[in-house]
Design a protein around this ligand. Structure first.
Ligand code: NI
Length: 139
């Protein structure tokens, strides 16, 4: 809050400038500054993951709960990694299909291990993991 704003000018080749303008427009940013801020933060988040710092992630699973023992296996995994699991939401999508979103906070290696253990289970039809941040170092 109340941080000093620094104005900067920079030089880039015209083709690259045009690409920047296109990206800013396509992503619906109202100005270049906010786009550049987000680009810097994206890089900082990648660095947090690479450095093995505590990060935030969401794991999404779509699965067929009628597959033998799948519910039990997924629940066992959530208990095995319980210290990382901050919240989870389950939504029944049809008579057979379930969607689950799990918010996790922890070290990248452990989050990836948790994700890989879940996604490889038979009956999991799709899975995704977002690479985000606790936000501590992004302002
Ligand atoms: Ni369900």
């Amino acid at each position: 809050m109340g941080k000093k704003l620094i104005r900067l000018s920079l030089s880039i080749e015209e083709p690259l400038y045009k690409k920047l303008e296109k990206l800013v427009r396509e992503d619906g940013y109202s100005n270049r500054s906010e786009f550049v801020r987000d680009m810097i933060r994206d890089r900082l988040v990648s660095d947090e993951w690479a450095a093995g710092e505590e990060i935030l992630s969401t794991i999404t699973l779509v699965y067929d709960h009628t597959k033998r023992e799948l519910n039990e296996k997924l629940m066992d995994l959530e208990h095995r990694f319980y210290q990382m699991v901050m919240a989870s939401t389950h939504r029944h999508m049809s008579e057979c299909l379930c969607a689950e979103m799990i918010m996790v906070k922890g070290k990248p290696d452990q989050v990836k291990e948790f994700f890989n253990e879940m996604r490889k289970q038979r009956g999991v039809l799709h899975s995704g993991m977002t690479m985000s941040s606790t936000g501590d170092k992004l302002d």
